[in-house]
Design a protein around this ligand. Sequence first.
Ligand code: PLP
Length: 443
Amino acid sequence: MAEPDPVPVAPAAASSTEFSFRGGQLCCEAVALAALAQRFGTPLYVYSGAAMDRRLQTVRTAFGPGAHVCYAVKANSNLGVLRRMHAGGAGFDLVSGGELERLCAAGLPTAGAVFAGVAKEPWEIAAAVAADILFFNVESPHELPLLAAAGAAAGRRVRVALRLNPDVDAGTHAYISTGKKENKFGVALDRAGELVAAIRREPWLQLVGYHVHLGSQLQSVDPYVVAFERVATFVAASPLHAEGVTYYDLGGGFGIGYGKGPALDVAAVAAALLPRLAARGWRPVVEPGRFLVGDAGVLLTRVLGNKRQGETRFVLVDAAMNDLVRPALYQAEHPVTRVVPGAGSPQTVDVVGPVCETSDFLARRCLLPPCERGDLLAILAAGAYGASMASNYNTRRRPAEVLVDGDQVRLLRRRETFAAMFADEMPAADGGDGADGGEVVDA
Ligand SMILES: Cc1ncc(COP(=O)(O)O)c(C=O)c1O
């Protein structure tokens, strides 16, 4: 019998065509999620390789061959995901020495990486200079002498792009807005001239571009255009601001739908910016994170029980805020679906984990058919800022992660073991001197 056509998840959500119902159950590409949960346990992150490839291709096609696409490692920093992004032609946007270490651990080239952050440590700067990354995004004056010293020590001029704060409201959640003047990020345009002059005074520094990252989960083209125009006005104010500039790094922030609508029209962003960049001879750099991996992942979780308190029905599950902190941190809303659709009329429920915090919820006021202990739920669009923000809070092991490619499954990360979790702690039996535990060190 011919297999019926797959039914996409929540068609209105327009999330990811790689997750669809086949034969009555939710699948990632050709693999049933229930089978993955059975084999690897829950909570479990499942990623679709095809979804990542498709999104990366969307960005590369939109911005064209002249653009440099740097995947924002923080969105999902699993080594397997990084290798996938490299295979698709991406460079990397780094925000720590640890992320640079990840590239090295994954055996990936560092030449196409850019490195941002308000306060980089000297060892991080030295490592990135040694790795000869494409450029540093600089936004704090105290970093200039540190970068110059690292360049002098390495005998190499350090390429920098100045991160500007154009004071643009990106219309996103306050915690993920970065381009307004009250945010800690970037250099205000009325101070940027001083920084340009300071960079030009340093023989070991070379100004190669400007960087603007307005925040995350942007839904419209306008903020990108407004920011660009403000930067262009600044650059036009003095030949010193323009000399040697070849890159315009417009940051990331491309929003996705989270079950409520379409993703940002990246082609429209490119169409608005590319002619403006071409007119100045600037090469675009983009730093998408969420857009490339968000819709490519789900968090699978098993129902542990049900509870009713007042008017609220709780579905208690084995995933928690330590596995996916976005709902607690940003009031983020992820669509949730049963992996095997249940019978019975849907009820409004809160899906909550076992962690001892009232903010430990994965979804609130969502409609689900009645769920019983043992049922599987999928938290959708969880591929970005999910696993990479996971913690051990409540001494919970971080989840396993798998990548699906057609009918193939790769384990990208084993479920953490308690032994690994405790390995760097110092119990008394390991050299401590008594009941307090810990290793005795010289004061
Ligand atoms: C400098 C920079 N670039 C890129 C990104 C990626 O953002 P997004 O995942 O929203 O694309 C971030 C996210 O915080 C960032 O700080």
